[in-house]
Ligand binder design. Structure first.
Ligand code: DC
Length: 208
């Protein structure tokens, strides 16, 4: 069974995808980390993330990059959003994602275009959304909890800019697949969102 979990930044899709993978005993790939690795490698190369050739050259990042703690920073998220605009970058990352999705036994992938481009045949497609306010508040709490300085206004502005870029790019814009189930986590706790997602998968896959 392939489970595609798509949605905007900080919607809760990563948490939900990880929990679904654990619950159903499936391997999980956070595809945002691949774009983050390209963005960070581009910066390390001294390249311009808005330049397609520089961004493409950065797709050749070393394996060790996937363990770099900088991958999860807000700054790297911004770089990822910029390099992910280029069709060349999306094409370079396609085979790896496709192979992960189609491995024997199935998989859970989370990202922006899993249900539309990477695995349109996925048995279950969730499109996880939440209001900008709820997402900014979560990010803010996370940053404070990890001892980092944060500004709610700056986080909100950054999320809005990233949403706009992800939704309006011409290559694989963030869009719910026609057959995706939308899960709005704005008013749900983490555990409620996970329980709802598990129930939706069971229903869709005819497990319940
Ligand atoms: O989910 P995230 O914040 O880690 O993603 C970082 C950026 O990567 C996001 O702004 C858009 C891009 N991305 C993408 O274009 N396609 C994916 N499947 C995953 C992420």
């Amino acid at each position: 069974m392939i489970i595609a979990v798509d949605g905007p930044t900080a919607s809760g899709k990563g948490t939900i995808a990880k929990a679904l993978a654990a619950h159903f005993g499936l391997p999980h790939l956070d595809t945002g980390l691949l774009y983050r690795a390209v963005g960070l490698q581009c910066a390390l190369n001294g390249g311009n993330p808005d330049d397609p050739a520089d961004a493409l050259a950065a797709c050749d990042f070393p394996d060790a990059m996937m363990a770099n703690p900088e991958l999860r920073s807000e700054a790297t998220g911004g770089l990822a959003s910029r390099v992910s605009i280029h069709p060349e970058v999306r094409a370079a990352l396609f085979d790896l994602q496709r192979a992960f999705a189609t491995q024997n036994g199935g998989a859970v992938l989370d990202g922006r275009d899993i249900g539309t481009v990477i695995a349109p045949e996925a048995e279950v497609k969730l499109f996880v959304i939440a209001s900008v306010e709820a997402r900014a508040q979560r990010r803010y709490a996370e940053m404070l909890a990890s001892g980092r300085k944060a500004s709610l206004a700056a986080i909100t502005a950054d999320l809005e800019a990233r949403d706009l870029r992800d939704a309006t790019r011409s290559a694989a814009p963030l869009l719910a697949a026609e057959d995706a189930v939308v899960l709005d986590t704005s008013l749900l706790s983490r555990d409620e969102a996970i329980a709802r997602a598990i129930a939706l998968v069971e229903l869709k896959a005819g497990i319940a």
